[in-house]
Write a protein that binds this ligand. Structure first.
Ligand code: S3P
Length: 406
């Protein structure tokens, strides 16, 4: 059960936080960041920025990042953070040398999707298909690249290299992914534009900016689902990022029958208040172009599906298998452990709603799996194998869970 009416201000957006620190560290001047996510993953990017020569300091409630030309550094530990590793590969390639490594989970995740286009641009990268990977500074040139996987991390890596390459870089996406990089680069003075479904960037420096990090809609999604599975109860989420490339979770919850009221206050990265009121939910279908707009929210949407009437089918989401864990397997096994009916597909899963009874869930060391089954635990008794992983993206989650729990 939840305490209806609880107001929650979720932690800063992880994607925007990484970019603010990384882009700030290569920009001219001092970038002032408000609302940065204080979590292990972003800490990896901060540590890397310092090693590469930037000065990064907490000033009051802001983080000040003073950029500098990057210098070669030795080892950079990306920990569990795919965004740190993939964006850095592109950012480093024309600027400075380093060897990137990560924890056991990150060391299993595919890197060729980034290394491939970067090598075509002239990058000198040794290693792959997984970390560790060594980058040596290279003279690079623009390319015309058509995305092979829908990934904002790959797009960002190519655009970051493009800022420091000879000629124009074009990156075409058949399916749009989150556009935080494009928005922030534009805000920092880059010559970047969208031509139909192609992002075009010219070489040029970034200038420092004042950046406000919105609340992370991927973190807010846990509370959205917490409310959605409690008919008649509401939670109010303040300061949530509403970038339209990220709001799929809102559309899906509405389709499932929950009431979601949104007050959008605008901004380079739009921010607003989201109020979710629970209802008797019904199953839905999720696939195609909607998938990148909610890829990280699919595990918690599976929790909503477990309490819905009828089937929920997720397709076109094979990417889930190469996240911090194989999230198709983690979600399906987790749901089965709590007595729900779920089946894995190569590119997604099917959940037949009913009422889970509870049980013990193996998180596979994946922060989002730990959080989504903790949300399920608001309705039925659930224990999870660990909660340490939550530190990587949302350290305040467990405290907020106790505020929300009735
Ligand atoms: C992210 C992009 C997505 C997402 C990840 C963060 C980003 O990954 O799952 O949590 O900040 O660009 P992909 O680019 O692999 O889809």
């Amino acid at each position: 059960m939840i305490r209806s009416g609880t107001r929650i201000r979720v932690a800063g957006d992880k994607s925007v936080s990484h970019r603010a620190v990384m882009f700030g560290s290569m920009a001219k001047g001092t970038t002032r960041v408000r609302g940065l996510l204080d979590a292990e993953d972003v800490g990896r990017t901060v540590e890397a920025a310092r090693k590469l020569g930037a000065s990064v300091q907490n000033v009051g409630r802001e983080l000040w990042v003073s950029g500098s030309p990057w210098r070669d550094t030795g080892e950079v530990d990306c920990g569990n953070s795919g965004t740190t590793a993939r964006l850095l590969l592109g950012a480093l390639a024309p600027r400075a040398g380093a060897t990137l490594h990560g924890d056991a989970s990150l060391s299993r995740r595919p890197m060729m999707r980034v290394i491939g286009p970067l090598r075509r641009m002239g990058a000198e990268i040794e290693g792959g298909p997984t970390l560790p990977v060594a980058v040596r500074t290279a003279e690079m040139h623009g390319i015309d690249w058509v995305a092979e996987v829908a990934s904002a991390q790959v797009k960002s890596a190519v655009l970051l290299a493009g800022l420091c390459a000879h000629g124009t870089t074009r990156y075409t996406e058949r399916v749009a992914t989150r556009d935080h990089t494009e928005r922030m680069m534009r805000g920092m003075g880059a010559n970047i534009r969208l031509e139909a479904d192609t992002v075009v960037v010219e070489a040029g420096p970034l200038s420092a900016a004042d950046i406000t990090v919105p609340g992370d809609i991927s973190s807010a999604a846990f509370w959205m689902v917490a409310a959605a599975i409690h008919p008649g109860a509401s939670l109010v989420l303040e300061g949530v990022g509403l970038n339209p490339t990220r709001t799929g979770v809102i559309h899906v919850l509405r389709r499932m029958g929950a009431r979601v009221d949104v007050e959008d206050h605008g901004g380079i990265e739009p921010i607003g208040t989201v109020t979710v009121t629970g209802a008797e939910l019904r199953g839905t279908e999720i696939g195609g172009a909607e998938v990148p707009t909610l890829i990280d929210e699919l595990p918690v949407l599976a929790v909503a599906a477990a309490f819905a009437e009828g089937q929920t089918v997720v397709r076109d989401a094979a990417e889930l298998r190469v996240k911090e864990s194989d999230r198709v397997a983690a979600v399906v096994d987790g749901l089965r452990s709590v007595g729900a009916d779920a089946e894995a597909r190569p590119d997604g899963f099917v959940v037949s709603g009913g009422t889970p009874v509870g049980g013990h869930v193996d998180t596979r060391g994946d922060h989002r799996i730990a959080m989504c089954f903790s949300i399920l635990g608001l309705r039925v008794p659930v224990t999870v194998s660990e909660t340490d992983s939550i530190r990587t993206s949302y350290p305040a989650f467990l405290a907020t869970l106790e505020e929300v729990r009735a």
